[in-house]
Design a protein around this ligand. Structure first.
Ligand code: 5RP
Length: 278
């Protein structure tokens, strides 16, 4: 049997995630080390209205079981690394969820963080390598997340290093941050790259970030806070779709956001007596 046929399950799962085009993955896994993150205090309330507009959902098993209807037809990217909290050293992760559990939950991919340059770099890379081995065995793609410690520069040199290491260890997709000269990160990484949004910024700036990433070769966005912490998350995800999936400009997408969120600036025209408006 050819390699292609042997990897049918893995490729089938991967195609559910990549959806044959640019993608929007909704990241709602923040609670695994941050607790009830702003905007995600009640995961179900946040997630449900956004599902019709995203291609996949990045989530832990706890939130998946409790806050997503099993009948929902959304590809799941299951976070399987963790075991740390914001109160301690974040790089000290372990694998928290088995491959068997990922299959039971019908995940389409699993996600593991790596911490290149951090105290527990080696252990986190070991987590990734072992999960890739298991993933290959069971036909489960692995998304590597390049977590960036406070002491690291989020520049192309660092992010290209971390992304390339993830791909070399066998990750099927890499999630990293956008940076200046981002095309260098994409060029140096032989598997598809998606970007995290990072801390909440103004909606127009987040749309610009997504636009730039796509222009520089990203497969899509794996965004959390810039969607669910927006003043109107549904309007924001629709605007993101316009940029990522429909090739619209930032201006066009932002005006969609303002229209959808009812934020349009109302121009009050003063009508002089006897004057008509069209
Ligand atoms: C943490 C993660 C988060 O899912 C993530 O950083 C993506 O969300 P955001 O767009 O809020 O940065 O993987 O390691």
């Amino acid at each position: 049997m050819g390699e292609h046929k042997l990897q049918w399950g893995l490729k089938n799962r991967l195609s559910r995630i990549t959806n044959n085009g640019k993608i929007i993955m909704l990241a709602v896994d923040h609670g695994y080390f941050q607790g009830p993150t702003t905007g995600l205090e009640n995961p179900r309330r946040t997630i449900e209205p956004l599902l019709p507009y995203v291609d996949s959902l990045m989530v832990t098993r706890g939130v998946l079981r409790t806050s997503v209807e099993p009948s929902t037809d959304i590809p799941i990217v299951l976070r399987v690394s963790g075991g740390t909290s914001i109160l301690k050293e974040l790089s000290n992760e372990v694998v928290t969820t088995s491959m068997e559990e990922a299959i039971r939950l019908n995940a389409s991919a699993v996600a593991v963080s790596i911490f290149v340059g951090a105290d527990h770099e080696k252990e986190s890379l070991d987590n990734l390598a072992k999960v890739v081995d298991e993933g290959e065995r069971y036909g489960m793609p692995v998304l590597a997340v390049t977590a960036v410690g406070r002491e690291m520069n989020r520049d192309a040199r660092y992010l290209a290093l971390a992304s390339r290491i993830a791909a070399e260890l066998g990750a099927h997709m890499v999630k990293t941050y956008y940076c200046e000269d981002f095309y260098k990160v994409v060029e140096g990484c032989p598997v598809p790259v998606v970007i995290a949004g990072g801390k909440k910024i103004a909606e127009k700036d987040a749309l610009q970030l997504a636009y730039n990433a796509i222009k520089d070769g990203a497969l899509g966005v794996d965004m959390g806070r810039n969607i669910f912490q927006s003043e109107d998350p549904v309007a924001m995800v629709k605007a993101l779709r316009a940029v990522v999936k429909e090739g619209k400009s930032v201006e066009e997408a932002y005006s969609l956001f303002t229209r959808e969120s009812g934020k349009q600036i109302k121009v009050v025209q003063k009508v002089q007596p006897g004057e008509d408006l069209d």
